[in-house]
Ligand binder design. Sequence first.
Ligand code: HEM
Length: 448
Amino acid sequence: MPDHPLPLPRTLDDVPELPGALPLLGHMPARIRNLAAFNTRALATCGPMFWCNAGLGVRELVIADPRITELLKARQASVSFYEDAVSSLIGGSLLTMDGEPHRRVRSTMGPAFSPKMVRSSDVITVVDEVARKHVERWLAAGRVEVLAATQELALEIIVRLIGIASDDLPRWRTMYQRYLKGALPTMIDTPLHWWARRARDFIDRGLADIVAQLRASGRSDTLAGSIANARDEQGELLPVAQIVPNLRVLVLAGHETTASSLAWTILFQARDADSQARAKTEVEAAAHEGVELGALALDGERFTWAEKQFREALRLYPPVATIVRRLAEPLEFQGVEIPAGTQVAVPILYFMREGSSWTEPRSYQPERFETRPRPTTIDTLMFGGGPHFCLGYHIAIAEGTLALLTLARMLADAGMTMVPERPNTPLEPHWVPLTHPPPKAAVRFVRA
Ligand code: HEM
């Protein structure tokens, strides 16, 4: 990690204020317009620690020093403020819990997400089945708008994984879309919020039924079953009221994130005939050796070409580009006393592109992942850090890799390749609320 040319401030009084904030909206419009350019400019102007105006009166202390991972681990770094801000959306879940209550739920649910369970539960079977179904549709249609297509795919995977039957999917999808409206700022309660809460209650009743059935059956060979039947250190099952918001949040946390990285990889691959040839060779070699794609996706010894691409998209376009904590108590960071109540923003995107030790970090080069070294906490910062590090990390990597392998296999079997619909239009990212490629960017499937 290269040192930043400007040093960290010595005291809180030395922390500079980023200029250019608009009245009321602060730096929000600049961040939305081009977060990468905003970060570069801000860091060049102010150095690795500065005050930024996040809009609507919220002041944030942005810290772009690699030791930030220590702050993320500190007990003072709290996420419980989300409970006030977006409670109808993520309230009662791991994403809003601190300290011992968070540790208890996380350590009870955690084993269901371990690499061992990703291998032995229904994760690979579900991803395999759903990916084949969706890719078949894409090829038959001859053209897809990639982001919408990968969102449909990832939504079906996660909804199936939390235990919802395939024929119930359309109803759940509708309810889920309504529930997302709960993300609107909650300063005023509108009929839309009421509608979103009703959809959430529908989802929660359904999930409570699923938990009850899974407990009655005692099944723990599926992701949902191993969560529902997990016991804490005292041997107790978690209360249903605690499991339900966490199952619901899996859909939110695990769907658009994976879909975004998958969409980037497909769009890049469509623009690169060599990359497609490499993907084809990889799946043909696997077929020749009798290796199942699921097993290939879980290869712990080396990176497949599919995984390299997925990891590179995650690095260059981290779906969650910034994470935020609020200090529950004062905290000293590299000699700077930060008071309680301060909102700290961690610019993940900056670390991925400029604060890392990668060569040519601003370009898409999947081949940079040659060996499988133990990644540093900065290398995996796109999945967060500290006790809230993404619980679905192993699922996300396996899912993205297997979906790409499936696409390569089905293209090869059909004698088809992908071409971009508008090869000369740059793929300008959207940064807020999650990073994703342009929604209208499409690929066509043509005879090879
Ligand atoms: C490429 C895909 C994904 C990315 C980039 C991603 C990224 C993240 C990030 C940045 C966080 C917050 C960490 C923090 O605040 O420090 C997080 C948390 C979380 N993610 Fe993921 N995620 C992905 C996929 C998934 C999937 C597939 C699942 C579930 C199957 C999942 C479940 C969760 C959960 C439950 C949390 C909350 C953990 C906690 O607060 O203890 N994520 N993820």
